[in-house]
Write a protein that binds this ligand. Structure first.
Ligand code: ASP
Length: 609
């Protein structure tokens, strides 16, 4: 028997018992003739005491950090207790020990506050994983996994594995491909998601499917994206949108409860995509705080069928606003006291290339009700009051105003809102706010190709009331500059995203399940009949054999874990992640392969020599 207990287990009640522990040497401290060793395993740390009698043995075979040690002895009460750790009341008086294995000096300290930089910890990930901080994250990940599985199992979902070597499934990203040796010149693709398989399972009658599954997308890696990531992937048959929303908001609430011990009793808020964009400037609003965007001016050629407040700013002779396509404002609570310096810094902030604005106008709405602005020359106090009121400002607030092209300005105002929320401490890490965003547009316009692309994916159904619009109209866009006037631009999808604290954590849709409508969809996306058959013949075929109405959702498992763990980075929640260039620096992958392998795969140059 290697060990009778773990290093996290012994308490004062066990004093006097003989035990055997095994673990890694965290620290060795010599105190006069006595040697103290902190022995660590996955469960905790126990202090070992080696008294004088071991000195010769320890001198001949000194213990080093990360040595693997087995120690037998008696549990005794500590005179110098350590309340910081659960085993802090006892120590193990060693009677015999064995060095099970030696360790080279680790390249960084295996402690909560390690001295190791990012790169070195990635290279020696197996050592980094010994650290508490990383271990806690993996434990949380496993807790989320178990909670999800329990809930889905209790609700009759079946975990069914789907293949990794498949044919390309378009979800908007590039596929990773795998050459086939047995079918030379041909390639498998790794799934971007099990989308078509889970739909086929619905046709097969497995009406509640789930999988916690790897997905692969060959995207340019923006910060905090992984080329392989994990989804909680789900699909249900005989459901409407409402059924899906209920089933899966309850899943997330269950995870909150099991993992964070939070009772999320509030109803999950719902918002249309249009309201999200209009009020928050993005489709995954952080609703932990208000500060909604006020559109003072919008161009006539814009998607949103909403009223602006142009009369408040027009006819003042202010060329910046007059010349701008759009003007937007937010009222920052308590901002009237911002100093000149703070405003200068904010102005610099909006001028950064990532934000791309030319400047920042402001109106201070002082506590005493007076108004002072950077645009006083053009607007008298009455007009300023009107703008402040439309922006929702109260005395004590400041109104920040941005002007420019619609899309860019909306995005910039949204970013400014989030930044102000952060600076004011309104985005609390321990507050969780769920939101469903609904009624997304079905199509998005792809300018370079002058055609429609599916906003979610091509299997998403339109709102039932708009199916006719889709069938009756020609998808071709004749007037590119005016694509918003095409009837397709207004078609809404039966799709939904779940948003948590400003992060999209899941998304899905009610699917098309009739062959004709699916064919119409492929055609709308500019696919020829032949191409549609070549790519999706299997799905179109399956729809002819009794496909039930169905829909589903997939959650980004890594992201969900990182939010619940209060971290910005999903990498911290993946045992063996890739770095920002998509490399595994521990394995040094990707790497070149042998010429012989290439030749076997039919993609190498054969030496005919
Ligand atoms: N397959 C979709 C995705 O990966 C999710 C879904 O529609 O269920 O985003």
């Amino acid at each position: 028997m290697f060990r009778s207990h773990t290093c996290g287990e012994l308490r004062l009640t066990q004093a006097g018992s003989s035990v055997t522990l095994a673990g890694w040497v965290q620290t060795v401290r010599k105190f006069g003739a006595i040697t103290f060793v902190d022995l660590r395993d996955r469960y905790g740390i126990t202090q070992l005491v080696f008294n004088e009698g071991f000195n010769q043995q320890l001198d001949e075979n000194p213990l080093g950090r990360e040595f693997v040690l087995q120690a037998k002895g008696t549990v005794i009460e500590r005179s110098n207790k350590n309340p910081a750790i659960p085993t802090g009341e006892i120590e193990l008086e060693v009677s015999a020990f064995t060095i099970l294995n030696k360790s080279a000096v680790p390249p960084f300290t295996i402690q909560d506050d390690t001295d190791g930089g990012d790169d070195i910890r990635m290279k020696y990930r197996y050592l980094d994983l010994r650290r508490n901080a990383v271990k806690k994250n993996l434990e949380l990940r496993y807790a989320v996994n178990r909670s999800a599985r329990n809930y889905l199992h209790e609700n009759a979902f079946m975990d069914i594995e789907t293949p990794f070597l498949i044919k390309s499934t378009p979800e908007g990203a590039r596929d990773f491909v795998v050459p086939s040796r047995m079918n030379q010149g041909q390639f498998y693709a790794l799934p971007q998601s099990p989308q078509t398989f889970k739909q086929l399972l619905m046709v097969s009658g497995y009406d509640r499917y789930y999988q916690i599954v790897k997905c692969f997308r060959d995207e340019d890696l923006r910060a905090d994206r992984q080329p392989e990531f994990t989804q909680i992937d789900c699909e249900m048959a005989f459901v409407e949108q409402e059924d899906i929303l209920n089933m899966f908001e309850t899943l997330i609430k269950r995870i909150f409860k099991d993992v964070k011990h939070i009772d999320y009793t509030d109803a999950v808020e719902r918002m249309t995509w249009e309201d999200a964009m209009w009020q928050y400037g993005n489709d995954k609003p952080d609703i932990r705080f208000d500060m909604k965007i006020c559109t003072l001016k919008k161009p006539s050629t814009v998607y949103f069928n909403k009223q602006d407040h142009a009369t408040l700013i027009n006819d003042a002779g202010f060329v910046v606003f007059d010349a701008a396509e759009s003007v937007m404002a937010i009222a920052v609570p308590g901002g009237a006291t911002f100093t000149r310096k703070q405003l200068d810094e904010l102005t610099e902030w909006v001028k950064r290339p990532q934000i791309g604005m030319k400047g920042l106008a402001y109106i201070r709405y002082n506590e005493d009700g007076s108004l002072k602005s950077s645009i006083d020359k053009f607007y008298n106090e009455d007009r300023l009051k009107g703008i402040a009121a439309a922006s929702g400002a109260h005395p004590g607030d400041i109104v920040l105003i941005l002007a420019g092209a619609e899309e860019r300005t909306r995005k910039a105002t949204s970013e400014l809102r989030l930044e102000m929320g952060k600076q004011l401490g309104l985005r609390k890490e321990d507050e969780f706010k769920l939101l469903w965003v609904l009624d997304f547009p079905l199509f998005e316009y792809a300018e370079e190709e002058n055609r429609w692309v599916a906003r979610h994916h091509p299997f998403t159904s339109p709102k039932p009331s708009q199916i006719q619009t889709m069938i009756e109209n020609d998808p071709l866009i004749h007037d590119a500059a005016n694509y918003l006037s095409h009837p397709y631009a207004q078609i809404k999808a039966n799709a939904y995203d779940m948003v948590l604290n400003g992060n999209e954590i899941g998304g899905g849709s009610i699917r098309i399940f009739q062959r004709e409508l699916q064919e119409k969809m492929f055609a709308a996306l500019g696919m020829s009949e032949e191409e549609a058959l070549h790519k999706f013949g299997f799905l179109l075929g399956a729809f002819e054999y009794g496909a039930p109405p169905h829909g589903g959702i997939a959650f980004g498992f890594d992201r969900l874990c990182s939010i619940l763990g209060g971290s910005e980075s999903i990498r911290d929640f993946i045992a063996f992640p890739k770095n920002n260039s998509g490399r595994d620096v521990m394995l040094d992958a990707p790497s070149s392969i042998d010429e012989k392998q290439l030749v076997e795969l039919g993609i190498g140059v054969r030496d005919e020599g």
